[in-house]
Design a protein around this ligand. Structure first.
Ligand code: ADP
Ligand code: MG
Length: 698
């Protein structure tokens, strides 16, 4: 028998080619099965019928039974509206339509019994319901019990009579023909172990819930399934990569590392730095290729860790590379690294977009002969012309700026892929880490170098400039330096730059006794660098900048970060910016400047910043406020963030459990060859090709 679930949606009763085309285009529904996986976004309990005299303004919606006594039209042109006077004998309420007058008066008759449903609002001294749902009255026994599903629909769909109710009807038709042949998509064993509802029952209760408890069970089962296959896919990919790719074996600890440790180490390592270096060193000696994410809050000392790991590569006869997202940051890394390696006879070069041709060619050659040991740079490193003689380790700093595809490109630099260490200061909430970076092993630096005082964060209204400048001046007098950051959002770029220029001039006037420098993304790299250098060298005490300084820049003497129009930044971005100060032993301050009028969400964001210095806490809060789709890096990740039913914020626990179940299956049967695992393989293949775009995961 043919599989009805694969039938084209256009053959379904009540659909046809026209509507099918709309469903294809608007919600990606092509087959009957696609339709079944189009889940409601909410449910409303329609079991209770109220009386008109019970209506009050706080009800989100209400259901009434009664009749329309008369239709009337009011107003002219665009203000025209149709009103149906509705009563159930306990009072009157007005039903209001702003369009479709003819359709309504043709369809609904005066004095017939109807059930109406909608949101009541008080208008003058009478309640009305705009564009209510109207159904012919049917007795309680005939009415479907329980919860009424609501489906998301687009404007186009509504114009073609495909509103939520219509979807419900089509769903009912699809369901009755397909349900008996619907085959289970999870192995029996998994269903037992995780105590899940079967697929048929789950599908029935997600679209036609009998009661709230069964609905919850159905939702749980379908969320689990969705997250389980995502995790199975990631874990399978990881396992395959590990078995396919040989990794370089770094076993030696040689002269470079030892000499650096004994002669050049600028300060004792923190406990966390030591632990991480040991952990990663072991990982690079197993014979498997390493793919690791190193998370550590801003200022936790990741650069030093990276440097020491690169020295291990050198000790084993390999080259190392370090890639940063901006020219400023790459330059700073280059300076830190060359400074730290003084006298050790290690060749380090910097390669960025603005490296001159002659220099560039010299670098290319030295890479191939092996004379160049460490290459530091920007995206320029992944250009095809850059070839190494034996690249052993690549460190990618601030990963969230690099797409997964770019990460993958590094592998082609050698016959064998180098070990890859991705470093990020953006604390990634657990649930996201399990998906976006789900194919990486994770290390966390959970300790800051000693003597750091927590940064004090202050919210200041922009009307109180006098007080703001006073506190800045106080710090400047003590010999500290100050950042003042302006937003730069692409849509309003011109205006933003104007704000920055005006701010720059204004600050120069307010602080004539100090030198002010300026950095923004529209400057030439050379100019930017020169300005940056003036600040690093303390020739300038105040830096006015856009967010180009957000990532990585390290000036320990800077103790004040002023963020203008802080309401326009996301939480993670604010935290990153704040991390530019508090890098020395002095008390540092972050001042968030906003207008007095703020939306509730924004006020919450600012409050979180004032209360918390913990990057992970902030990232979780950010995820909750904004949703995962907005977080940096998620767009290019290839992970389906428009999940059908699961929610990365709320369903972290289910995801964690699904990952464990998936891992166990792969541990026992890596290639999923056992008969009771064949279903998994089949299902993965199907999902890979169709519902989700998984191909992008590196
Ligand atoms: P991030 O993790 O944000 O990249 P950095 O590597 O830039 O942090 O380090 C921040 C600052 O802390 C730098 O000034 C660095 O020299 C300093 N630092 C790093 N490790 C230590 C340590 N073990 N003890 C004291 N200071 C350290
Ligand atoms: Mg850094």
């Amino acid at each position: 028998m043919s599989d009805f679930s694969q039938t084209d949606i256009k053959f379904l009763a009540g659909v046809g080619p026209k509507k099918a085309e709309i469903l294809n285009k608007e919600i990606n529904v092509f087959s009957v099965e696609d339709l079944l996986y189009y889940f409601p976004y909410k449910y409303i309990d329609r079991s209770r019928i109220y009386f008109v005299h019970e209506v009050d303004g706080n009800m989100p919606y209400i259901q009434l039974k009664g009749r329309i006594t008369a239709f009337e039209t009011f107003g002219e042109g665009r203000k025209k509206r149709l009103v149906g006077h509705f009563t159930d004998g306990t009072g009157f309420i007005d039903l209001v339509w702003f369009q479709g007058e003819k359709f309504i008066t043709d369809k609904y008759k005066v004095n017939l019994p109807y059930i109406i449903f909608g949101k009541p609002t008080l208008f003058g001294d009478r309640f009305n319901i705009a564009h209510p749902d109207i159904d012919p009255y049917i007795s309680e026994d005939e009415r479907p019990a329980g919860l009424m599903p609501y489906y998301n629909t687009t404007e186009k769909m509504k114009n073609h009579y495909l509103n939520s109710k219509a979807i419900q009807k089509i769903m009912a038709a699809a369901f009755s023909s397909v349900v008996k042949n619907l085959s289970e998509t999870l192995p029996e064993r998994v269903i037992q172990q995780a105590r899940l509802m079967g697929l048929k029952e789950a599908m029935r209760n997600i679209h036609f819930p009998e009661n709230a408890a069964l609905l919850r069970e159905a939702q749980h089962r379908l969320k689990f399934e969705e997250l389980f296959y995502i995790q199975l896919n990631i874990l399978k990919y990881m396992a395959e990569r590990k078995s396919k790719l040989k990794g370089f074996v770094f076993t030696k600890v040689g002269d470079y590392l030892n000499r650096f440790y004994e002669e050049n180490l600028p300060f004792p390592l923190t406990g966390a730095q030591k632990r991480i270096i040991k952990e990663i060193r072991q990982d690079m000696a197993t014979g498997e290729q390493m793919n690791r994410l190193l998370q550590g809050d801003v200022g936790s000392g990741k650069t030093l860790v990276a440097l020491m790991l690169m020295l291990i590569a050198l000790d084993n006869g390999f080259q190392a590379a370090m890639m940063a997202p901006t020219e400023i940051l790459a330059t700073q890394h280059y300076q830190t690294v060359t400074e730290s390696l003084k006298g050790l006879n290690i060749n380090v070069e910097l390669l960025t977009g603005s490296t001159r041709k002659a220099k560039r060619e010299k670098i290319h050659n030295a890479l191939l002969t092996g004379d160049l040991h460490i290459l530091i740079g920007t995206h320029a490193l992944i250009e095809d012309t850059v070839r190494f003689s034996n690249l052993g380790l690549v460190v990618i700093d601030e990963q969230h700026r690099f797409g997964v595809a770019q990460r993958a490109k590094l592998w082609t630099k050698n016959v064998n892929p180098p070990h890859i260490l991705v470093m990020t200061a953006t604390p990634i909430p657990r649930t996201l880490a399990m998906t976006v970076y789900g194919d990486l092993d994770v290390s966390v630096i959970d300790e800051l170098p000693p003597g750091r005082k927590p940064i004090q964060t202050i919210h200041q209204y922009d009307k109180k400039r006098g007080a703001l400048y006073e506190s800045i001046r106080k710090q400047l007098r003590e010999g500290r330096q100050v950042y003042i950051v302006y937003p730069l959002i692409e849509e309003s770029e011109k205006l933003d730059l104007k704000n920055l220029e005006e701010g720059f001039e204004h600050i120069k006037e307010i602080f004539p006794e100090y030198t002010v420098c300026k950095v923004h993304g529209k400057m030439k790299p050379k100019e930017k660098d020169a300005e940056m250098q003036r600040f690093v060298a303390n020739e300038a005490q105040i830096m006015v900048a856009t967010t180009v300084i957000e990532v990585g820049v390290n000036v320990p003497n800077a103790s004040v970060m002023v963020i203008e129009s802080a309401q326009r930044f996301g939480l993670s971005q604010l935290h990153q910016l704040r991390g530019r100060v508090g890098r020395g032993a002095d008390q540092s301050y972050c001042i968030l400047v906003t207008p007095y009028e703020l939306s509730a969400d924004t006020r919450k964001r600012i409050d979180i910043m004032v209360e918390s210095n913990d990057g992970f806490e902030i990232a979780e809060a950010d995820l909750k406020l904004r949703g995962p789709g907005d977080l940096e890096g998620t767009q290019q990740s290839g992970i389906p963030f428009n999940l059908r039913i699961a929610n990365l914020v709320r369903d972290g626990e289910i995801m964690q459990y699904a990952r464990e179940v998936a891992q166990k299956i792969l541990d026992e049967d890596p290639l999923m060859e056992r008969p009771d695992n064949l279903l998994l393989k089949k299902q993965l293949k199907k999902l890979g090709g169709n519902r989700y775009n998984w191909g992008l995961i590196s």
